[in-house]
Design a protein around this ligand. Structure first.
Ligand SMILES: C[S@@+](CC[C@H](N)C(=O)[O-])C[C@H]1O[C@@H](n2cnc3c(N)ncnc32)[C@H](O)[C@@H]1O
Length: 199
């Protein structure tokens, strides 16, 4: 089975909110947890892979000096552009990863609900390239639904296990409940209290 492609996702985005990001409390809560647990108030250059219709993108845009958001689906890119509006710090681009890759490096990379759509060889390559694309003290955040579903090459637990097995970075923090797993890795797992000189 090959990784899900643009045609598949373009079909889904005939509905403007196929995953219920705008309507479900589950999604609002998960997004708020992801944003609230980011240990820095501001990031210089962030990248969100698989930005869908732009709900998380809006939240990340407020925390990044510059934000790149990418998605394999041109329909998703159009919806995300509408949602994010004219914010000059955000660039939203159609791209399929890992085959297409942005230049430069990032101090925040967010991979939320994307990993399971990639066949294992693509996922493996993507993780390797994500690590290379982080600046030395950059933060990589992954967040995934834990249950199997028809289009998934591997479930969210397996995606995170694969990430942990490949990365040479220590885990900075983890949130886990019965439905999703949120984990982040960085070379500088300094707590927020340490950053602010509280200890
Ligand atoms: C379930 S949505 C995740 C949305 C968003 N990241 C969030 O968590 O709120 C998955 C998105 O990833 C995109 N996607 C899937 N495979 C991709 C790939 N190989 N490269 C880029 N985008 C991809 C899909 O088009 C879809 O919009």
């Amino acid at each position: 089975m090959t990784s899900a492609n643009a045609e598949y996702f373009d079909g889904l985005y005939r509905d403007q909110d196929p995953f219920g990001y705008r309507s479900r409390w589950y999604e609002t809560r998960k997004r708020d947890i992801l944003l609230a647990t980011l240990p820095r108030a501001r990031f210089a250059r962030g990248w969100e892979l698989g930005c869908s219709n732009g709900e998380t993108t809006r939240g990340l845009a407020a925390r990044c000096e510059a934000l790149l958001a990418t998605d394999v689906s041109s329909q998703a890119v159009a919806l995300a552009r509408q949602r994010v509006g004219e914010r000059s710090n955000v660039q939203i681009v159609q791209a399929q990863h890992p085959q297409q890759w942005p230049s430069g490096s990032f101090d925040l990379i967010v991979l939320s609900e994307v990993g399971y759509y990639l066949a294992l060889p693509d996922l493996t390559e993507m993780i390797e390239r994500i690590q290379d694309a982080l600046v030395p003290d950059g933060l990589f955040v992954a967040c995934h639904w834990r249950h199997p579903f028809a289009e998934a090459h591997q479930d969210g637990n397996q995606v995170h296990a694969q990430i942990a097995a490949q990365l040479s970075l220590p885990l900075a923090y983890r949130y886990k409940d019965s439905d999703f797993l949120l984990e982040a890795w960085t070379t500088h797992p300094q707590s927020v209290a340490q950053q602010e000189g509280l200890r």
